[in-house]
Design a protein around this ligand. Structure first.
Ligand code: NAD
Length: 316
């Protein structure tokens, strides 16, 4: 197989090195990277020869020169690791530059952004792929197959609590700005809402019980499950004993009272995502629609109070 040429947007951030690693692990090369922030020394650990730009216009010129040179140096894929609200613009840039896009989650903030991108896919013949790595997690795939096999007449009862504490920087960064990140349910929850749809089918009901800068909770009903969910970035929501022993995260997903164990197996899911995308089995725009609709509704829907809002156990 011929190796592919990559460019990377958002190269100085937290998740970008995982993309550099995946580009390398799949036998491809990073030729150009862009980030308005120049703290990108990490590039040397992966692709010391890559060109780097802090201005979008110079990056654009470089990508365009490569495209027009027609000597095999054109960019085939643009990987996108920028803040969430910029994803759709960066995907348009990729496709209009004659490249496919590999975009971090959440693909976009609102469902109508997907429609605009579908049009550009049609115009350019290039495709959008997303990183929804939980769909590739062996435990999730096994659960999905079990649910499909069993074909129960009653819905599964699911409880999901995920607390991943963040320091004070979080609310000062773009991640704490709902206009830029979509808020916690979008930025952190989208993985889980996509996973629930993937396992339990079409979404039927979406109620929000609680929503603020650091936590959100609600109720979702799918074809095959009723789900009470809770998400938080507040350390106070980590159950006391765990917190006292130094733990900063708490994750529990139960199906009919049974804990789904999937703490392990996360390490190389970006590599796996790239393998699938390069083999033509990536997850595209339409596969993202339900999760994006879910988080957009959670962001804007009116709060429906409830007495039994999901919460992590206080003691543990
Ligand atoms: P980050 O803030 O660490 O990095 C974002 C980078 O984008 C920064 O280097 C910033 O300088 C750069 N940036 C800012 N404005 C830009 C612009 N106009 N053009 C290009 N780059 C710009 O954030 P992160 O944690 O690396 O998150 C990046 C993306 O990856 C987000 O969409 C996030 O949701 C996603 N993410 C995914 C996972 C996962 O498990 N799949 C984990 C973490 C983050």
């Amino acid at each position: 197989i011929m190796s592919k040429n990559f460019a990377l947007i958002g190269a100085a951030g937290y998740i970008a090195p995982r993309h550099m690693q995946a580009i390398k692990a799949t036998g491809n090369r990073l030729l150009a990277a862009f980030d308005p922030n120049d703290s990108v020394g990490v590039i040397d650990s992966h692709f010391p020869d890559a060109d780097f730009f802090t201005e979008f216009e110079r990056f654009d010129r470089h990508v365009d020169l490569r495209r027009r040179a027609g000597n095999g140096g054109q960019i085939d894929y643009v990987s996108i690791c920028s803040p969430n609200y910029l994803h759709d613009s960066h995907m348009r840039f990729a496709l209009r530059s004659g490249a496919h896009a590999i975009c971090e989650k959440p693909l976009v903030l609102n469902p109508w952004n997907i429609d605009g991108l579908l049009e550009i896919e049609r115009e350019t013949g290039k495709h959008v792929n997303t990183i929804l790595q939980l769909r590739l997690h062996p435990a999730i795939i096994a659960l999905r197959e079990r649910v499909r096999r069993e074909q129960r007449s009653t819905k599964h009862e699911v409880e999901l609590a995920y607390v991943t504490s963040r320091g004070h920087w979080y609310l000062q960064s773009w991640k704490g700005d709902s206009k830029k990140s979509g808020g916690i349910a979008t930025n952190i929850g989208v993985h889980f809402f996509d996973m629930l749809h993937y396992i339990f089918g079409e979404l039927q009901t979406n109620l929000v019980h609680q929503r603020n800068d650091t936590k959100a909770a609600g109720y979702l009903e799918y074809e095959n499950a009723r789900v009470r969910w809770f998400l938080s970035v507040d350390i106070e929501d980590v159950p006391t004993l765990l917190r006292e022993s130094g733990q900063r995260t708490y994750r529990s997903i139960t199906v009919d009272g049974e804990e789904i164990e999937f703490s392990g197996g996360f390490a190389d899911l970006h590599n796996r995502s790239y393998e699938e995308i390069l083999a033509g089995r990536g997850f595209g725009l339409e596969e993202n629609r339900t999760a994006i609709e879910t988080v957009a509704t959670i962001r804007t829907g009116s709060i429906v109070p409830a007495v039994d809002v999901a919460r992590p156990p206080l003691k543990r």
